[in-house]
Ligand binder design. Structure first.
Ligand code: ASP
Length: 348
């Protein structure tokens, strides 16, 4: 790229955009429009930086589908003016949010990098500066006149991940995220090294960004545990208007195979509720039929979440439930990779 890339910082809230008031010791949001003045290092980057902030920045625990829509609107409205986007959110729900945005934007041709920090940007020991500076570098990276990244990513503590593969693993360590079923897309050391063979290649023919804002939020995560009562399962599956369930199962996708439990699930599926089998394990995948305790799940029509994370499964349910797909189509779309969120090759 001959000209300097234009990068838009989108601040939604979270610790990263805070400074400590040393008199009171309390954290408070700072005016993000002054970000370049506040962090002079940003001027040394080889790009033009603009910023936009939520009017009332939020702690990411208050994130919801409405705010997902606001983020998507900001990106869509600025899509042609900017070459890359760095979205700053609180880390607590960043994997959920970035996964959802990856589904809501189809035919993405530009980088969208989510980042945040464990310590506020104004803190002496902050991790915010490195996360922010490297995210901007990633969003500005070009090769042969094309952006190196054209997908939704999450950058934290020297690693760039495909966003919809991440989970938050620590509320304490600077290395707060991981992606155990898919390797990092880049690692930052002395050099910023991209694992180019893993990076999603956008299809240039299909260059119009398609934005899908409506999501269905009548979904639930049902985490199994030994001793869960049928009454609890039944109550959850009978929530009025429930449309989708992420069933967090044991190991390689196993669940109790008692007649009563299975018939509760079957009744829900017969009513049109989509149930996706996602493992509680942090790595590895669901293999339906590998054990007797998952055979019946497959037979009654439970969808195989393969190696998808719960965070991404919830987002994908919200996205696909809006599409009026037949039962077979829904299963087909869920079980295949739409944005690199699961590994297609597991066909059992
Ligand atoms: N509670 C904060 C949030 O998620 C933590 C952070 O910013 O990392 O908004």
């Amino acid at each position: 790229m001959t000209k300097k890339p234009n990068i838009l910082l989108v601040y939604t809230g979270g610790t990263i955009g805070m400074v400590k008031d040393y008199k009171t010791n309390a954290l408070k949001a700072f005016d993000f429009s002054q970000i370049v003045e506040k962090i002079p290092e940003l001027q040394q980057l080889n790009c033009n930086i603009n910023s936009i902030s939520f009017k009332d920045p939020i702690d990411s625990s208050n994130m919801n589908t409405q705010y997902y829509g606001d983020i998507v609107d900001i990106i869509n409205e600025n899509y042609l003016k900017f070459d890359g986007f760095v979205v700053l959110t609180g880390s607590d729900t960043m994997s959920y949010t970035s996964s959802a945005i990856s589904f809501m934007l189809e035919n993405l041709q530009k980088p969208i990098i989510f980042t945040g920090s464990q310590l506020p940007i104004g803190d002496l020991r902050t991790d915010a500066k490195e996360n922010l500076i490297t995210s901007i570098e990633v969003a500005s990276a070009y090769k042969n006149d094309n952006p190196v990244i054209s997908e939704v990513c999450l950058y934290f503590e020297y690693k760039l991940y495909r966003a919809n593969r991440t989970i938050k693993i620590s509320s304490e360590q600077f290395e707060a995220f991981t992606s155990l079923n898919f390797p990092p897309l880049a690692e930052s050391g002395v050099h910023l090294k991209f694992n180019e063979h893993l990076i999603y290649k956008s299809n240039k023919e299909d260059d119009k960004l398609i934005v899908r804002k409506s999501l269905v939020d009548e979904v639930v995560v049902l985490k199994l545990f030994p001793g869960i009562s049928n009454l609890v399962v039944e109550s959850i599956l009978n929530i009025p208007n429930l449309k989708g369930v992420v069933l967090e199962t044991f190991g390689a996708g196993n669940a109790p195979n008692s007649k009563d439990f299975i018939s509760l699930l079957k009744n829900a599926i017969d009513k049109g509720i989509k149930i996706v089998n996602v493992t509680q394990c942090k790595s590895g995948n669901v293999i339906m039929g590998h054990y007797d305790t998952s055979l019946l799940l497959r037979e009654i029509g439970v969808i195989n979440g393969k190696d998808i994370t719960t965070e991404s499964a919830i987002a994908k349910l919200m996205y696909l439930l809006n599409k009026n797909l037949s039962e077979d189509e829904f299963k087909k779309f869920f079980e295949k990779s739409l944005r690199g969120e699961l590994t297609d090759k597991y066909h059992f």
